[in-house]
Write a protein that binds this ligand. Structure first.
Ligand code: B12
Length: 341
């Protein structure tokens, strides 16, 4: 049996070589935010993401994640940075995490490499890789593994790399030396809470998804409530406002080039997007996590963005959209035209 601290040193080296900026170990019996999570669900903050409310106790315990867990389970917590630099720091219409290559695939591939190397020295290794897809609370795990603290905006923040971080975990049947959580360093700063355009960030540290522009533009498949359309501003996919104003995101080192992109999608304007055919959406979002928002949602969101800053040059294209076969798109375009008066 290889010494657990040797295994951990190998993990730290492999994580660094794979482009992760932070790595830590969370014990398998880490109590995950069950009280906070239950409150989130009880308040209805998950909106229409009913999958979040399914088997909530599973999300709070990683021990059932392995097929043959044995007695020992711990979690290798990893963070990769997509912090912008230079031109890609510009505001834009697409949230920064989706301006580069799809992180689900990219980080999973990197985790697979780590697992393959580990299997070489731990022959009976059982591992499960999670990048957004497994029913677990990734931020809570990352905080337990000492990767950073959960900020007032709900995001995991690291003092050096900020919060433009994407998380991945590898649940393994090993008992490795665990890391300690770090101190919360938000202090009395309320910049995110005050800047959030829709008041989605609650005083108790939870985010009400139903108001969150990220949710409205990515997850909400129906018409966006009129009262929240102004708040969507110029965002067509996701929203970065609560991260843009965070002091910990000032002067952070540039993130991973593949995650940062930028792909052509990053510079698409609402005026261009409302003119897209399905094939244009398909081409622009290929290989990007922005594909989670379907074609009609891109049209709906771009129409709302134009309604928020009416531009005569877009008027004809918007008029055409008012006759779109999707009632959600047609309604958003009709609303946008009304804002021109
Ligand atoms: C559903 C989801 C969303 C939803 C709901 C967000 C939400 N706040 O719950 C929507 C669509 C709105 C969304 C938006 C975004 N998301 Co999202 N999302 C998820 C997903 C799939 C599940 C999150 C979840 O379980 N929510 C339920 C709530 C209750 O859990 P939670 O947000 O993790 O909150 C816990 C902690 O905040 C904790 N907590 C709060 N304060 C404190 C204090 C202490 C001391 C402790 C111990 C705990 C604690 O309590 C909560 C319950 O445990 C995760 C991946 C995953 N499986 O975890 C990604 C994830 C959270 N999202 C991510 C990202 C990047 C985003 C966006 C930045 C994207 C964007 N630019 O548009 C925004 C940020 C919005 C925000 N401020 O939260 C990253 C976050 C990385 C990071 N640095 O934190 C994740 C981890 C994906 C990943 N693999 O990297 N997301």
């Amino acid at each position: 049996m290889v010494d657990p601290s040797e295994i951990k040193s190998l993990i730290v080296r492999l994580a660094g070589e794979s482009g992760f900026v932070r790595v830590g170990i969370a014990p398998g019996d880490t109590p995950l935010g069950s009280e906070r999570f239950r409150r989130f669900l009880a308040m209805g903050y998950h909106g229409k993401m009913s999958w979040l409310a399914r088997e909530p106790e599973r999300r709070c315990d990683v021990r059932g994640m392995l097929d043959e867990p044995g007695d020992e389970v711990c979690v290798i917590c990893l963070a990769a940075s997509y912090a912008p630099s230079g031109d890609d720091a510009e505001a834009g219409h697409i949230a920064r995490y989706a301006r580069g290559r799809d992180y689900h695939r990219l980080l999973r591939k990197r985790c697979r490499k780590i697992v393959a190397e580990l299997s070489g020295i731990v022959p009976d290794l059982h591992a499960r890789i999670c990048v957004d897809t497994a029913p677990i609370l990734e931020r809570d795990l990352a905080a337990a593994g000492g990767l950073g603290w959960i900020g007032r905006n709900g995001c995991l923040i690291d003092a050096q790399f900020g919060s433009y971080l994407l998380l991945a975990e590898i649940v393994v049947n090993l008992s490795l030396p665990a890391d300690k959580p770090v101190k919360n360093r938000c202090g009395s700063c309320r910049a995110c809470l005050e800047a959030c355009p829709s008041g989605a960030i609650q005083d108790d540290g939870l985010v009400d998804s139903r108001r969150c522009v990220s949710y409205l533009t990515i997850e909400h498949r129906e018409s966006i409530p009129e009262s929240l359309r102004r708040a969507c501003g110029q965002w067509v996919f996701g929203c970065d406002v609560c991260q843009e104003v965070c002091p910990y995101n000032r002067d952070v080192p540039a993130g991973d080039a593949e995650l940062r992109g930028p792909m052509a999608l990053a510079s698409a304007t609402p005026d261009e997007i409302i003119r897209w055919e399905w094939a244009d959406w398909d081409r622009a979002t290929r290989g990007s996590s922005a594909r989670r928002a379907k074609y009609e949602m891109f049209l709906r969101n771009a129409a709302i963005a134009l309604g928020n800053t009416p531009d005569q040059a877009s008027r004809d294209a918007l008029e055409r959209l008012t006759r779109h076969e999707s009632p959600i798109v047609a309604e958003a375009a009709t609303w946008a035209i009304k804002q021109y008066i």
